[in-house]
Structure formats: structure tokens, C-alpha cells
Write a protein that binds this ligand. Sequence first.
Ligand code: AHR
Length: 484
Amino acid sequence: MKNAKKIYLIYPQKKGTIAPEIYGHFTEHIGGVMYDGIWVGKNSPIPNIKGFRKDIIEKLRAIKAPVIRWPGGCYAEVYDWRDGIGEDRPTRINWWTRDDGRYEPNEVGTHEFMDFCEAVGAEAYFAANLTGVTPLHVRNWMDYCLSPRGTTTLAKEREANGHAEPFNIPYWGVGNENWGGGGNMTPEYYAMEFRRFSTIMEYAFPKTELYACGSNSDNYDWTDGLMRMTKNSERHMNGFAMHYYCGSSGDVTAFTGEEWTEQLKKAAYMENIVLRNWHIICGHAMENHAKLVIDEWGCWHPEGSGPSKGKNLFEQQSTMRDAMVSALTLNIFNNHCDKIRMANAAQLVNNLHTLFLAHGEHCITTPTYHVFDMYKEHQGAEAIETAVTANSDFASSITVSASVKDGKTLLTVGNLSCTEDAEISLESLGTTLPQRANATLLYNEDMHAHNTFENPDNVAPKNMEIDISKPFVLPKTAIISVSF
Ligand code: AHR
């Protein structure tokens, strides 16, 4: 076969532990993510757990969703936590009201979102507002959420609102996109704000991890400026929360072969961004304080292709190409797990790069959901080095990562070519491979294939046993996970 690839699994070269949080998610109060997305209301005829779609909860449990970020995104910068507790909740202008005319009813607030996390079995990552409030206002939110039962007035208010014990919220963002919607700041100005907020947040709750707003895409001036201005401070930083969206190429569901490759090249650029940011961080000796938290990533296609046909802001369809972007991105994260603390696909449902599309009684998984399922055992595993022969021509290359947990290897491979099948053979260094392996294949003959409410399993994974002592074929555009 023309496109033969040998994958070397180099067991003695360990790359570090893959933080489970790299497989994290993101739910913002935007468009159809919250209302009609995860939240249907406690009195809904749609099966729900405390108001949240049961179907989504069960499917998130199945993929071991480790952490969920909330309440934004841009929305975080206009959120007042007091609006989302107690009985009488105000309706407010959402950050996104100007775009879609929707107002924020605050039906989902701190308690409801924590119900969702508890039902999923995920930890919570709260994005705190830095632009419009004081550090004391944020510390009060932390006090309300985290103070032990019966201690402070705010802890007692939490108890009166139905949750006696503190919530489990280990991760706190200090602002969101403060180079843009979050105050349009310079890195120097933001650094001073970060120092002001984080000092008070950390002093009251030293066990929480505080993440500074990182760069957008390849804006390394932000990284350099922020590191320069914080390295001589008290260093209350535990992560650098950067965003990279790989945009779009051609039509969401009717792209050409060239556009397939172009989109994947843009996704592969994530590796450059990870490396350049990391080098700048290390250059300022901040590597123990600013591990990468890539808390928004994914494709950003023109909206209107999802089932709501444009009603839900940023909602888009998700094809096999989006699944391949996920496979490639998660392999990059695995391969750089020594630098990455967390990552959150943006966003969970009815939005950019989603795992679910939902409306009323309909709720389906996208091809990207299946990738998270196929990759889930990488969470907490030890990544090992891999090498691939004849892999320099991007359009016919494969993406690979491998990890070991409890003596079991998980190898995940995507064939980035949309024209050529790949013939894969495995060779290991440092251990002997067995003959039989369990594999899951995500493939559809049509690279544009996607799932709809009418045809929810058009793209679905197939389980099989394969003989890894011999070469096996990975069809063009296909993704496989192999465990042995
Ligand atoms: O995910 C949609 C938006 O993209 C988020 O609110 C914002 O942080 C980013 O610009």
C-alpha cells in the first residue's frame, strides 16, 4: 500500500501524566448552551435530574467528564453571582443580548450549576468577573461557595439556600479574555488587576487554583507582558488560561478536500501556540506557576448550520472533520501533557465545536463526542513517546498519541488524509506487544458525515478486535483507538 506508516511506541520515554482535566468542558450562558441545552427545568417532561437533561448527564458520566467551566466566556465578565442565588432572581442583560436579543433569567445559578457538576461527577471551574466588580465581591462568592458549614454569614446563607456543605470548586479563573471583552486591557494593566484580585482570593482560599487570563491565539506579546509583570510578584498564579479557536475553512458540511486539509492545518497550529507560549513562560521562570490551561478551543464555523438554524448564537453542525480536529488537538495535548494543566472544549452543547445538539425532546451526540469517548482512558495515564515514519507531508499524515495506565496501552490515531487509506504497523521499544487488541473505529465513507435529529447515529463508533502483530488499514479520514 502507498501510504504505509510505522508507529514506534517508545515505552522507556515517558512524557508525564496526562491530567484528566485536559478532557474538560465549557458551558456558558450563551445562545442555546444553558437554556434548552443542558437545562430544561425541574418541571419539564424531558427526563431530567434537578432540571438538567438526564441524557447529557449520563453521556458525560460515560466519557468521565472531569471538569466543567462556567458561567463564561464573555458572559463571566458581566455576571453577578448574587443574581443566581435564592428565590427571586432578576432578569438581566446578558453579554450576548446585543447579538441575539435574549435576556438572562438567572434560572441557573451557583447551586443549579453545582447540581449539574455533582450529577455528572465532574469538578467545577468557575470563571470570576474581574472587569465590573471588586476583589471583595469575588472573595464573597468564594466565601459563599467554599467556607465550612456554619462558619461565615455567607456560608449560612448557602445552607439556608439548600447546601450546607461547601461546594467542590477547586479552580477559579481570574477574568476572561481581558485583552478583549474583559475590559480591553493591556497585558501590563491586566497583570496589575490579576495581582490585586489574586492576592485577596488566594489569601482567603489558598487551596484553590487561580488561573490568569492568557493569550488569544498567537498573541505572544500578551504572554510576555503578563509574565514580565507577575514574575516578581507573590506569584498567586496556578495557570495561564489561553484560547485558540482554529476558525473555519469552506462550508461547515460541504467543504472540499483542500478545505478539509486547510482546517486540519489550522488545528495543528495549536502545537506551535502551546510551544511558543511555554517557551516564553519558561523564559520568565514561571513554569511552576503558569502551566497552560487551554480553556477554550475548537472550530469556529459560520453559524446557522445547527438544528436551530441560527436561533442559537454560534450553534454549528459538527462533521467527521470536526471529530478529526478533536482527535488531532487531544493528541497534541497528550503529547505535551507536561506543559498542560487543563483544557476545555468550547462549548458543550448547541454552540461552537459541541459534543451535543439538543432541542426540546431531541438530544444527539456529535462525532466529537465519540472522540472524547474513545480517548477517555488517556485521562490520568502516563504518556509515552511515539514516532511515525514518512509523516512529513501534512495532507497524507497521521496524528498519534499513546499512554499507559495500569499496564494497559491506549493508542489513538487519526488519518488526516482525505484521499488515501493508511497502512499502519506498530513497533514497540521496551516491551513486547500482544497480538490481539480491542479497537474502536470512527469512520464514515463521507467525510462530511454528521448526525442530525432525524439520523442521530450516522456517525457512530464500531468496536472490533484487531491483530496488531500485522499491519492494519486505517481508512482515509478515520480515527481509531487501540487498547492492549
Ligand atoms: O465561546 C464563545 C466565546 O468565545 C466566549 O464567550 C469568549 O470567551 C470567546 O471569545
